[in-house]
Design a protein around this ligand. Structure first.
Ligand code: NAD
Ligand code: UDP
Length: 368
């Protein structure tokens, strides 16, 4: 007697054998989990299947939103180290949204067409809390995402950082600049972790022809930044809205360039949609450069705050200046930021104002 399941198993085997023979002859390699080639597997799906690691974080949650709006199936993978369910709870009812609690230091077996690797704590306070884990996440997370990309023949995007330039001696920073990074300081777990991840990405490309897309992200801000992660924009806004002292590290003459989150996410999407030969690394950031004093004064003005600026010691290895050279992004992706600092700050201030009104900022600032 032949059961229906047995018949379909026999059919699978014969299709598999057939593909193994004919596919190989045609230069098409079946992947290990399917008798079909990865290319054929992709064509079985109407929507692009996209994995976003770190999808419950600040940038990841905006990216998930954007991908859903484009009609993709989104698999958000996060271990909730710095991300929160609150960032993505509005997406949970969406048919095309799936959430998986998972640590990317462990291998992951899923079938996807594109991978955005964002999982990694990003603010100095967060990444220095468990520096060994930060390096592990940067390196092993990249290794696992690249291994997955290789197996399923997916494009893989890496959220690298301007920190790979360290405290730069070239200004503004073009992608060709190799950087000035302290390998043994308190920021090194992040800076060197991200540098090692870039190395892995480019070796997977050279060795296995994986479709890599590496973006070097400069300081980005916007709604859903963590109110207590010590980053300058969220710190100053929360301090100004609550009329508490603005904590200025050093004399406030160090510079940063701030990109609004929507502009950045648009750069991600364009980079991943670019042709196979475009690998990056490519700078994504807003070239508008401000000193921290200028930033504080802007925020005080926009919030009508009574806060005063207090000067505190500058943290070790704090870069003195940072400004992206975005010629490559302009030329290759036709991308440049559109949102001016005051406009982005207004939207971010409105977000934190709402959080304060709901008592959510107080909750994370003064845990009971
Ligand atoms: P974030 O801390 O808000 O988000 C990171 C997310 O990754 C969080 O949801 C966190 O829970 C998750 N995560 C951390 N370790 C993980 C692990 N081992 N497994 C699974 N999930 C893990 O930070 P962000 O600002 O959204 O940054 C996202 C990415 O962009 C990071 O890789 C960061 O290095 C990079 N980046 C951000 C900026 C910026 O200005 N925001 C600048 C440069 C680079
Ligand atoms: N900074 C500050 N006060 C704060 C937080 C940060 O003066 O309360 C400074 C910090 O020393 C750095 C700049 O603001 O020079 C940007 O800091 P952030 O942590 O946001 O980003 P990164 O240093 O990683 O670029």
């Amino acid at each position: 007697m032949t059961l229906p399941g047995m018949r379909s198993a026999a059919l699978m085997i014969s299709v598999g054998v057939c593909w193994a023979r004919e596919g190989r002859a045609a230069g098409l390699q079946p992947d290990s989990s399917s008798p079909l080639t990865a290319e054929q597997n992709k064509h079985m799906h109407l929507e692009r299947r996209v994995l976003v690691s770190g999808g419950a974080g600040f940038l990841g949650s905006h990216l998930c939103e954007r991908l859903l709006a484009e009609g993709c199936q989104v698999l958000c993978v996060d271990n909730f180290f710095t991300g929160t369910r609150r960032n993505i709870e509005h997406l949970i009812p969406e048919r095309n949204f799936e959430l998986l609690r998972h640590d990317i230091c462990q291998p992951l077996y899923v079938e996807v067409d594109e991978i955005y690797n964002l999982a990694c704590p990003a603010s100095p306070i967060h990444y220095q809390r468990d520096p060994v884990k930060t390096t592990k996440t940067s390196f092993m997370g990249a290794l696992n995402m690249l291994g997955l990309a290789k197996r399923v023949d997916a494009k893989v995007f890496q959220a690298s950082t301007s920190e790979v330039y360290g405290d730069p001696s070239v200004h503004p920073q073009p992608e060709e600049y190799w950087g000035n990074v302290n390998p043994i300081g308190p920021r090194s777990c992040y800076d060197e972790g991200k540098r090692a991840a870039e190395t892995l990405f480019f070796d997977y490309r050279r060795q296995h022809n994986v479709a890599i897309k590496v973006a070097r992200i400069f300081n980005t801000y916007g709604p859903r930044m963590h109110p207590n992660d010590g980053r300058v924009v969220s710190n100053f806004i929360v301090q100004a809205l609550t009329n508490r002292p603005i904590t200025m590290f050093g004399e406030g003459q160090q510079t940063r360039s701030f990109c609004y989150v929507d502009d950045l996410v648009d750069g991600f999407i364009r980079l991943v949609a670019s042709p196979h030969e475009v690998t990056g690394p490519i700078n994504l950031g807003n070239p508008g450069e401000f000193t921290m004093i200028e930033l504080a004064n802007k925020i005080i003005e926009l919030t009508n705050s009574r806060s005063e600026i207090v000067f505190l010691p500058l943290p070790q290895d704090d870069p003195r200046q940072r400004q992206p050279d975005i010629s490559k992004a302009k030329e290759t992706l036709g991308w440049e930021p559109k949102v001016a600092l005051h406009e982005g700050l207004e939207r971010t201030i409105a977000y934190f104002d709402g959080m304060i009104a709901e008592g959510l900022v107080q909750k994370v600032m003064e845990p009971t």
